[in-house]
Design a protein around this ligand. Structure first.
Ligand SMILES: CC(C)(COP(=O)(O)OP(=O)(O)OC[C@H]1O[C@@H](n2cnc3c(N)ncnc32)[C@H](O)[C@@H]1OP(=O)(O)O)[C@@H](O)C(=O)NCCC(=O)NCCS
Length: 156
């Protein structure tokens, strides 16, 4: 939630009687590349959840409506989101609520380990090698695309 608020985004909560939290939606403002988005930054639905016993009552739809209203009032014309491939319900509901599917992808990450020279490795890294970038976007040592650049690819 901290990252969402730090980005300039917002968190919406749904409450039942006695202030019981029954759902929430988090929207961030993504400055990096977002597949299919024509604006940058773009509001991005980072989380959308309704407690199981309160589903199918319109709470999820209301949370998305609140997110959309928040974005529209700030002049944004698009809202981006994603879903894991296995979450077919989420994919279906996104479309039901007016989202268009942009792309399907699976991302990969491999932890790289230093090989010793004895094992045929390269030995010590050269000085001035890549550093560790915050987050997991971009290539080590190469910053992700600068804010303001817009092009195609990434997640729905
Ligand atoms: C996705 C989620 C937030 C939807 O919340 P919800 O409160 O059940 O949604 P709503 O009741 O507002 O339903 C919105 C629409 O989806 C439909 N819908 C909801 N659940 C459905 C289901 N299981 N099967 C078919 N349609 C469904 C509703 O009928 C409604 O359509 P309508 O307004 O045209 O009748 C909720 O299912 C959830 O928390 N899921 C687990 C977390 C998750 O997967 N989040 C998405 C991550 S990307």
């Amino acid at each position: 939630m901290g990252q969402v608020l730090k980005s300039g985004g917002a968190v919406f909560v749904a409450e039942a009687a006695h202030n019981d939290l029954i759902g929430f939606a988090e929207v961030s403002l993504r400055q990096d590349h977002v597949d299919g988005a024509a604006i940058c930054p773009v509001p991005y639905l980072e989380a959308w959840f309704v407690k199981a016993s309160f589903r199918r009552l319109g709470v999820g739809r209301s949370l998305i409506a609140a997110v959309e209203q928040w974005a529209i009032l700030r002049g944004y014309t698009q809202l981006a989101s994603d879903a894991v491939l296995e979450n077919t319900l989420s994919i279906r509901l996104h479309k039901l609520l007016g989202f268009s599917e942009i792309d399907r992808n699976i991302t990969f990450l491999k932890t790289l380990k230093m090989q010793t020279a004895k094992n045929g490795g390269l030995g010590s890294p050269p000085s001035g090698g890549p550093g560790t970038l915050p987050g997991n976007s971009g290539v080590a040592g190469v910053p992700p695309s600068a804010p303001g650049s817009l092009n195609e690819s990434d997640s729905p």
